[in-house]
Design a binder for this molecule. Structure first.
Ligand code: R5P
Length: 291
């Protein structure tokens, strides 16, 4: 298996190659003046099994199209198989029709990945694991809570209570708390389908405690900021905001810090100044187990 660093995730591909010892090919990429993508494999890929590392973080559609180009070009150049490792799978929040007439974006994306030639897709903490179970291209969801917990342990914050929101947040909080050997609480949240406004309720006490708030994604920061505000009003002593995928759209970070979080911690699935821990070791382990 050869690791191919796509334009969106060249940094992560290098780390995975280092951690796994697998050869790395960096694709050449440029944008033409009109915004169209140019992709070139600078080395022979004929007869090889390739793992293309290409996140679908913003600009999502550009990164997705680059993934199509890489698969199709590689197969045309004689690659034996092409697999995709997309550490952040875009459109996973539009996994069903919330309002009549909506496009089912995740389903469309998975069909197109299959059509472009990918044999298998690996991703990290996909937002809607249930929706990828019936994907036309097999999807393997790799969980990264262990990497987050390792970082928190190094911060010596193991005694913090872990808090998250909703059913899926409960699973994440339970896993992080398990690695940290601490307890966890689950808040309930609702989001208005039309305005996007989030409201959060937590029934248990956090007075005087350090709190590690975890969520799979921070996008606009609305959910995290609301939760942080509720925890601060309930008397939490320290509040650390953590996620796997830190999209950090617009003033997301300012909103969360203004609400009372001491710091924000995200992984490197989406590159940003908040990427404090890496998922590379976990991904390398998964890749080696299949190579
Ligand atoms: C919701 O189900 C997710 O787990 C996140 O809470 C949500 O996607 C975060 O979005 P935002 O930062 O825009 O509130």
């Amino acid at each position: 298996m050869i690791i191919v660093g796509g334009p969106a995730s060249a940094y992560l591909a290098e780390k995975i190659s280092e951690a796994s010892g697998l050869k790395l090919i960096r694709v050449e990429h440029k944008l033409f003046p009109d915004g169209e993508n140019y992709i070139r494999f600078p080395e022979k890929v004929s007869g090889e099994d390739l793992l293309v590392v290409q996140g679908f973080h913003p600009p999502q559609d550009r990164h997705i199209f680059q993934a199509f180009l890489m698969a199709d070009a590689a197969l045309d150049l004689g690659a034996r198989s092409v697999h995709l490792l997309s550490p952040y799978l875009a459109y996973a929040r539009q996994d069903k029709r919330f309002l009549e007439g909506e496009a089912m974006s995740l389903s469309t994306l998975l069909k197109l990945l299959k059509a472009s030639g990918y044999e298998r897709v690996y991703t990290v903490n996909v937002h809607s694991p249930w929706a990828v179970e019936s994907s036309p291209v097999p999807v393997k969801d790799i969980l990264a809570e262990e990497a987050l917990a390792d970082y928190i342990m190094a911060m010596r914050l193991n005694d913090a209570v872990v808090v998250s929101v909703g059913k899926k947040g409960k699973c994440m909080a339970e896993r992080v708390a398990g690695f940290l050997r601490t307890d966890y609480l689950v808040a309930q949240s609702t989001r208005d389908k039309f305005t996007g406004e989030v409201s959060v309720v937590l029934e248990d006490s956090v007075r005087g405690r350090s709190v590690l708030v975890v969520d799979d994604i921070i996008s606009t920061g609305g959910t995290m900021a609301k939760l942080v505000e509720v925890l601060r009003n309930m008397g939490a002593r320290r509040i650390i905001a953590a996620c796997i995928h830190g999209l950090m759209i617009g003033d997301a970070a300012e909103r969360i810090l203004r609400a009372g979080a001491e710091t924000i911690i995200a992984s490197d699935t989406v590159p940003s100044s908040y990427s404090r821990y890496s998922v590379a070791r976990i991904l390398a382990r998964e890749v080696l187990s299949r190579a």
